[in-house]
Design a protein around this ligand. Structure first.
Ligand code: NAD
Length: 472
């Protein structure tokens, strides 16, 4: 059991004023594996006070100092990577091999990338008679989800450290334990007190208080579109900056001249990563009618071999979903697909064969999905792939852009320039061509209801900066 009874405020672990705790469950075993405190307004006020005090000196810290702390944090994450990966697998249910790479490896590389970016970042520029200077935005409230918990946190904490901001983090209640381990690491590297503060609790109380709190200059939010809208509404009264990273329903378009077999095979991984609980999952596979039969064959074949089960076991490809609620929600989406007339190719409602415990669902694929169906339009957040066929490229583009979201996307073609031309027309924040790899220094963020912010790389740093022009 990982029982946390204190909050990290002002550079030390202190007993919270809030009462009670949140239990953390292992979604594969349904066992309680830890707990964290429920912070209240007094805890939040104190954290913000420390962060405000720390801002005075941290905002003026030298670039070398910030680089040094970012490098120390990178090393600390590296030295604790296996513990962190096991912890995240236990609280999120992510298959362990994927946890090592995506849940811990990626945030480590992101932390290091900010040390590198600082080496050459231009803080000033001259425009005619003006000197333009970039300054830290202030004290940032960070609200994060459970699905890539450490990655989402580091995507905010590392650029905040780099920019000279101070911060108060509220992690998700489903997977908060990794943020407590991160606070231990931050403490171990000696980051000045008050720069980083951790207050756990419920989104509906402490999260909303953060959105309205006059002591925060910015809210950096990652989570569902509904909660993001609520945060924006609440934050608008204090005119603080709000950066939103929200949901998605991304399209993966196979053009006629693509390597159909490879594209279809990779499409399954691009949808089922982290058991389908990825904001950038490519959940709508848009394929040319003439190749539909082949695509279906490859997809079904691949899913048949998908290894679903204990996420701590090496070789597992698909773990449980985060909670019973999420399991029920995904099953109800599968039911709606069937009810609304899509063709179930593989999977379906209920537990995978041989499993009786844990919040597992069956990896599922549908064909004959149409744009008026619920599974075409809504974020399912589980391993459910929808295959939609098209007659010509114009129709493919229309289908790809027919979404309230615009977070990610994919295009497959044997002609890269043709794929890029298509990608340019997609109303979405990221597009991967022929399975192009995730780049931790490229901006990540959404169009439309997927959000308005950009994280990672220089663009992610600039989210935490104010711009001042001095005329002379
Ligand atoms: P969620 O919206 O339920 O919770 C996210 C965070 O917001 C949590 O810390 C939660 O406590 C807090 N919260 C909830 N209601 C709040 C409120 N009214 N006021 C303030 N804070 C509140 O989302 P989740 O279930 O944790 O995460 C899954 C969602 O996050 C999916 O929609 C996914 O697409 C999205 N997501 C987006 C990105 C991205 O970068 N765009 C990355 C990961 C996840």
């Amino acid at each position: 059991m990982d029982e946390r009874e204190e909050l990290y405020i002002g550079g030390k672990w202190i007993s919270p004023k809030g009462k009670g705790s949140i239990e953390v469950m292992n979604p594969a075993t349904e066992e309680i594996i830890g707990k964290v405190p429920i912070g209240n307004s007094e805890d939040l006020d104190l954290a913000i006070k420390y962060a405000r005090d720390a801002f005075i000196s941290w905002s003026e810290s030298s670039i070398e100092t910030r680089i040094d702390y970012l490098n120390r944090l990178t090393t600390a994450i590296k030295e604790n990577s296996e513990t962190m990966a096991q912890l995240i697998t236990s609280e999120v249910g992510t298959p362990i091999e994927y946890s090592r790479m995506a849940m811990v490896g990626t945030p480590r590389v992101v932390t290091r990338s900010y040390a590198k970016i600082l080496e050459s970042f231009e803080w000033e520029e001259e425009v005619r008679n003006s000197l333009i200077v970039k300054e830290p935005v202030g004290v940032v409230g960070m609200i994060t989800p459970w699905n890539f918990p450490l990655h989402q946190i580091i995507g905010k904490v590392a650029p905040a450290i780099a920019s000279g901001c101070t911060m108060v983090l509220k992690p998700s209640k489903e997977a908060p334990l990794n943020s407590f381990l991160l606070a231990d690491l931050i403490h171990s590297i000696g980051l000045p007190k008050g720069v980083f503060n951790l207050v756990s609790g419920h989104g509906s109380d402490i999260g909303e208080e953060m959105a309205t709190h006059p002591g925060l200059d910015m809210i950096s939010f990652t989570g569902s579109t509904g909660a993001g809208i609520r945060v924006s509404e609440l934050a608008s009264q204090s005119v603080k900056r709000v950066s939103l990273e929200l949901g998605g329903k991304s399209a993966n378009v196979i053009l006629e001249d693509a390597d159909i077999s490879k594209a279809s095979s990779v499409a399954v991984n691009a949808c089922f990563g982290n058991s389908g609980q990825e904001c950038s999952a490519l959940t709508r596979l848009i394929v040319p009618k003439i190749h539909l039969k082949q695509v279906i064959e490859v997809v079904v074949n691949k899913i048949e071999k998908y290894n679903v089960g204990n996420p701590l076991e090496e070789g597992t490809r698909c773990g449980p979903l985060i909670s019973k609620k999420q399991q029920e929600s995904v099953n109800s989406y599968i039911r709606s697909g069937i009810d609304e007339g899509a063709k179930l190719l593989i999977g379906g409602e209920g537990m995978p064969d041989g499993l009786t415990k844990g919040f597992f669902v069956r990896p599922t694929a549908f064909s004959e999905v149409k744009s008026n169906m619920t599974i075409f339009n809504e974020e399912i957040f589980g391993p459910v792939l929808s295959i939609i066929s098209y007659e010509n490229e114009q129709e493919a583009l229309k289908l790809a852009n027919d979404s309230q979201y615009g977070l990610s996307g994919g295009v497959w073609s044997s002609d890269e320039s043709k794929a890029i031309t298509f990608a340019r027309k997609m109303r979405t924040g990221q597009v991967s061509i022929n399975g192009g790899r995730f780049n931790v220094t490229a901006p990540f963020g959404g169009y439309k209801k997927s959000g308005n912010g950009r994280e990672l790389g220089i663009h992610g740093l600039e989210e935490f900066l104010e711009i001042k022009s001095i005329q002379r």
